[in-house]
Design a protein around this ligand. Structure first.
Ligand SMILES: CC(C)(COP(=O)(O)OP(=O)(O)OC[C@H]1O[C@@H](n2cnc3c(N)ncnc32)[C@H](O)[C@@H]1OP(=O)(O)O)[C@@H](O)C(=O)NCCC(=O)NCCS
Length: 192
Protein backbone atom coordinates (compact mmCIF):
# COMPACT_ATOMS: atom_id res chain seq x y z
CA UNK A 1 0.00 0.00 0.00
CA UNK A 2 1.73 3.19 -1.15
CA UNK A 3 0.43 6.71 -1.66
CA UNK A 4 0.54 8.58 -4.94
CA UNK A 5 1.59 11.95 -3.47
CA UNK A 6 4.29 10.27 -1.37
CA UNK A 7 5.55 8.54 -4.53
CA UNK A 8 5.97 11.80 -6.38
CA UNK A 9 7.56 13.92 -3.61
CA UNK A 10 10.31 13.62 -1.08
CA UNK A 11 8.38 13.95 2.15
CA UNK A 12 9.25 16.49 4.83
CA UNK A 13 7.78 16.05 8.30
CA UNK A 14 6.04 19.43 7.81
CA UNK A 15 4.10 17.88 4.88
CA UNK A 16 2.31 15.63 7.38
CA UNK A 17 -0.62 17.16 9.22
CA UNK A 18 -2.76 15.55 11.90
CA UNK A 19 -6.37 16.68 12.41
CA UNK A 20 -9.59 15.36 13.99
CA UNK A 21 -11.34 12.82 11.76
CA UNK A 22 -14.57 13.60 9.89
CA UNK A 23 -17.24 11.28 8.51
CA UNK A 24 -15.65 11.24 5.05
CA UNK A 25 -12.46 9.74 6.52
CA UNK A 26 -14.28 6.61 7.75
CA UNK A 27 -13.89 4.42 4.61
CA UNK A 28 -10.12 5.05 4.57
CA UNK A 29 -9.79 4.44 8.33
CA UNK A 30 -11.78 1.21 7.92
CA UNK A 31 -9.68 0.02 4.96
CA UNK A 32 -6.34 0.83 6.61
CA UNK A 33 -7.18 -0.92 9.88
CA UNK A 34 -8.58 -3.85 7.86
CA UNK A 35 -5.33 -4.02 5.87
CA UNK A 36 -3.21 -4.35 9.05
CA UNK A 37 -5.77 -6.66 10.66
CA UNK A 38 -5.44 -8.98 7.63
CA UNK A 39 -1.71 -9.11 8.44
CA UNK A 40 -2.50 -9.89 12.12
CA UNK A 41 -0.97 -6.59 13.27
CA UNK A 42 -4.14 -5.23 14.84
CA UNK A 43 -7.76 -6.11 15.53
CA UNK A 44 -10.32 -5.56 12.82
CA UNK A 45 -12.61 -2.62 13.66
CA UNK A 46 -16.15 -2.81 12.25
CA UNK A 47 -17.35 0.29 10.40
CA UNK A 48 -20.22 0.95 12.89
CA UNK A 49 -17.63 1.00 15.68
CA UNK A 50 -15.58 3.62 13.78
CA UNK A 51 -18.63 5.85 13.24
CA UNK A 52 -19.70 5.48 16.88
CA UNK A 53 -16.21 6.46 18.08
CA UNK A 54 -15.43 8.97 15.34
CA UNK A 55 -14.74 11.81 17.79
CA UNK A 56 -11.89 9.69 19.22
CA UNK A 57 -10.10 9.56 15.86
CA UNK A 58 -7.38 11.68 14.34
CA UNK A 59 -6.11 11.29 10.80
CA UNK A 60 -2.71 12.06 9.33
CA UNK A 61 -2.55 13.52 5.85
CA UNK A 62 0.23 14.45 3.53
CA UNK A 63 -0.52 18.00 2.45
CA UNK A 64 1.39 19.33 -0.55
CA UNK A 65 0.61 21.56 -3.54
CA UNK A 66 -0.50 18.33 -5.23
CA UNK A 67 -3.31 17.90 -2.69
CA UNK A 68 -4.22 16.02 0.49
CA UNK A 69 -3.73 12.33 0.99
CA UNK A 70 -4.80 10.17 3.94
CA UNK A 71 -1.80 8.26 5.33
CA UNK A 72 -2.74 7.18 8.85
CA UNK A 73 -5.06 7.27 11.82
CA UNK A 74 -5.17 6.86 15.59
CA UNK A 75 -7.82 7.13 18.28
CA UNK A 76 -7.74 8.26 21.88
CA UNK A 77 -10.46 6.46 23.82
CA UNK A 78 -11.18 7.58 27.38
CA UNK A 79 -11.49 4.52 29.64
CA UNK A 80 -11.85 6.24 33.01
CA UNK A 81 -11.03 9.60 34.57
CA UNK A 82 -7.37 8.68 34.97
CA UNK A 83 -6.65 6.63 31.82
CA UNK A 84 -7.16 6.72 28.05
CA UNK A 85 -6.20 4.15 25.43
CA UNK A 86 -4.38 4.85 22.18
CA UNK A 87 -6.08 2.46 19.75
CA UNK A 88 -6.75 2.11 16.03
CA UNK A 89 -3.21 3.36 15.29
CA UNK A 90 -2.19 2.60 11.72
CA UNK A 91 0.08 4.12 9.08
CA UNK A 92 0.01 3.21 5.38
CA UNK A 93 2.63 0.63 4.50
CA UNK A 94 4.46 2.74 1.90
CA UNK A 95 5.08 5.69 4.25
CA UNK A 96 6.03 3.91 7.48
CA UNK A 97 9.23 4.98 9.21
CA UNK A 98 8.74 8.66 8.37
CA UNK A 99 7.55 9.85 11.79
CA UNK A 100 3.80 9.70 11.02
CA UNK A 101 3.01 7.16 13.77
CA UNK A 102 4.91 9.23 16.33
CA UNK A 103 3.04 12.38 15.27
CA UNK A 104 -0.31 10.59 15.69
CA UNK A 105 0.60 9.33 19.18
CA UNK A 106 1.84 12.79 20.13
CA UNK A 107 -1.53 14.26 19.05
CA UNK A 108 -3.33 11.68 21.23
CA UNK A 109 -1.08 12.70 24.11
CA UNK A 110 -1.86 16.40 23.62
CA UNK A 111 -5.57 15.57 23.64
CA UNK A 112 -5.21 13.53 26.86
CA UNK A 113 -3.41 16.47 28.48
CA UNK A 114 -6.12 18.86 27.29
CA UNK A 115 -8.86 16.85 28.99
CA UNK A 116 -6.80 16.12 32.11
CA UNK A 117 -6.00 12.41 31.73
CA UNK A 118 -2.69 11.49 33.42
CA UNK A 119 -2.05 8.05 31.87
CA UNK A 120 -2.02 6.60 28.34
CA UNK A 121 -2.33 2.90 27.65
CA UNK A 122 -1.95 0.78 24.49
CA UNK A 123 -2.37 -2.88 23.55
CA UNK A 124 0.16 -3.61 20.81
CA UNK A 125 2.53 -5.93 18.97
CA UNK A 126 4.74 -2.88 18.15
CA UNK A 127 6.63 -2.64 21.44
CA UNK A 128 9.72 -0.92 19.98
CA UNK A 129 7.62 1.81 18.38
CA UNK A 130 5.74 2.59 21.60
CA UNK A 131 9.01 2.62 23.56
CA UNK A 132 10.21 5.32 21.14
CA UNK A 133 7.03 7.25 22.06
CA UNK A 134 7.92 7.04 25.79
CA UNK A 135 5.72 4.07 26.76
CA UNK A 136 6.87 1.20 28.99
CA UNK A 137 5.83 -2.44 28.99
CA UNK A 138 3.59 -3.55 31.82
CA UNK A 139 3.18 -7.01 33.28
CA UNK A 140 -0.40 -7.82 32.21
CA UNK A 141 -0.79 -10.38 35.01
CA UNK A 142 -0.67 -7.56 37.58
CA UNK A 143 -0.89 -3.81 38.09
CA UNK A 144 -3.22 -3.07 35.15
CA UNK A 145 -6.01 -0.57 35.45
CA UNK A 146 -9.33 -2.53 35.49
CA UNK A 147 -10.66 -0.53 32.53
CA UNK A 148 -7.91 -1.62 30.09
CA UNK A 149 -9.85 -4.84 29.47
CA UNK A 150 -12.85 -2.89 28.12
CA UNK A 151 -12.63 -4.18 24.52
CA UNK A 152 -11.25 -7.64 25.30
CA UNK A 153 -14.68 -9.27 25.23
CA UNK A 154 -14.95 -8.58 21.47
CA UNK A 155 -11.43 -9.84 20.79
CA UNK A 156 -11.02 -13.27 19.12
CA UNK A 157 -7.97 -13.80 21.35
CA UNK A 158 -9.89 -13.13 24.58
CA UNK A 159 -8.64 -16.51 25.85
CA UNK A 160 -4.96 -16.65 24.91
CA UNK A 161 -4.26 -12.91 24.71
CA UNK A 162 -0.84 -12.34 23.13
CA UNK A 163 -0.76 -8.53 22.92
CA UNK A 164 1.57 -6.40 24.98
CA UNK A 165 0.21 -3.81 27.39
CA UNK A 166 2.14 -0.52 27.46
CA UNK A 167 1.61 2.65 29.39
CA UNK A 168 2.90 6.20 29.64
CA UNK A 169 2.51 8.47 32.63
CA UNK A 170 2.01 12.05 31.46
CA UNK A 171 4.34 14.26 33.47
CA UNK A 172 2.64 17.30 34.93
CA UNK A 173 -0.95 16.00 34.59
CA UNK A 174 -2.51 15.60 38.04
CA UNK A 175 -4.95 12.83 38.99
CA UNK A 176 -8.53 14.16 38.60
CA UNK A 177 -10.23 15.20 41.82
CA UNK A 178 -13.09 13.02 43.17
CA UNK A 179 -12.24 10.07 40.93
CA UNK A 180 -14.87 7.31 41.41
CA UNK A 181 -13.85 3.62 41.66
CA UNK A 182 -14.13 1.85 38.27
CA UNK A 183 -16.46 -1.16 37.89
CA UNK A 184 -14.93 -4.67 38.17
CA UNK A 185 -13.06 -5.88 35.07
CA UNK A 186 -13.81 -8.89 32.82
CA UNK A 187 -10.22 -10.12 32.84
CA UNK A 188 -9.48 -12.79 30.18
CA UNK A 189 -8.96 -16.33 31.49
CA UNK A 190 -5.37 -17.30 32.23
CA UNK A 191 -4.27 -13.74 32.95
CA UNK A 192 -4.82 -13.84 36.70
C1 LIG B 1 3.46 0.89 14.34
C2 LIG B 1 3.25 2.02 13.34
C3 LIG B 1 1.99 2.80 13.68
C4 LIG B 1 4.48 2.96 13.41
O1 LIG B 1 4.26 4.06 12.53
P1 LIG B 1 5.48 4.72 11.73
O2 LIG B 1 4.99 5.95 11.08
O3 LIG B 1 6.11 3.70 10.88
O4 LIG B 1 6.46 5.05 12.93
P2 LIG B 1 7.45 6.30 13.08
O5 LIG B 1 8.13 6.52 11.77
O6 LIG B 1 6.71 7.45 13.68
O7 LIG B 1 8.47 5.72 14.12
C5 LIG B 1 8.82 6.39 15.32
C6 LIG B 1 10.05 5.72 15.89
O8 LIG B 1 9.75 4.35 16.19
C7 LIG B 1 10.62 3.47 15.49
N1 LIG B 1 9.82 2.32 15.09
C8 LIG B 1 8.76 2.28 14.27
N2 LIG B 1 8.26 1.02 14.20
C9 LIG B 1 9.03 0.27 15.01
C10 LIG B 1 9.03 -1.09 15.38
N3 LIG B 1 8.11 -1.94 14.91
N4 LIG B 1 9.98 -1.53 16.25
C11 LIG B 1 10.93 -0.69 16.74
N5 LIG B 1 10.94 0.64 16.46
C12 LIG B 1 10.04 1.09 15.59
C13 LIG B 1 11.10 4.28 14.30
O9 LIG B 1 12.35 3.81 13.85
C14 LIG B 1 11.20 5.68 14.89
O10 LIG B 1 12.39 5.79 15.65
P3 LIG B 1 13.15 7.21 15.82
O11 LIG B 1 12.20 8.12 16.58
O12 LIG B 1 14.38 6.89 16.56
O13 LIG B 1 13.40 7.70 14.42
C15 LIG B 1 3.19 1.48 11.86
O14 LIG B 1 4.34 0.70 11.62
C16 LIG B 1 1.95 0.64 11.59
O15 LIG B 1 0.93 1.16 11.15
N6 LIG B 1 2.06 -0.68 11.82
C17 LIG B 1 0.98 -1.61 11.55
C18 LIG B 1 -0.20 -1.43 12.48
C19 LIG B 1 0.21 -1.45 13.94
O16 LIG B 1 1.06 -2.24 14.37
N7 LIG B 1 -0.42 -0.56 14.71
C20 LIG B 1 -0.19 -0.45 16.12
C21 LIG B 1 -1.31 -1.14 16.84
S1 LIG B 1 -1.41 -0.53 18.48
Amino acid sequence: MTTSIANEHTLNSSDVQVRPATTSDVPEIFDLIGYWASKSQMLVRPMPNIFENLRDFFVAEIVTEAGHEFVGCAALHVLWGDIAEVRGLAVKDGVRGGGIGKKLVSTCEQEARRIGIPQLFAWTYSVGFFEKCGFELVDKTRDLHPRVWSECLRCPFFAGCNENGMRKQLAGVAMPANLPEPPPAHVPPGIR
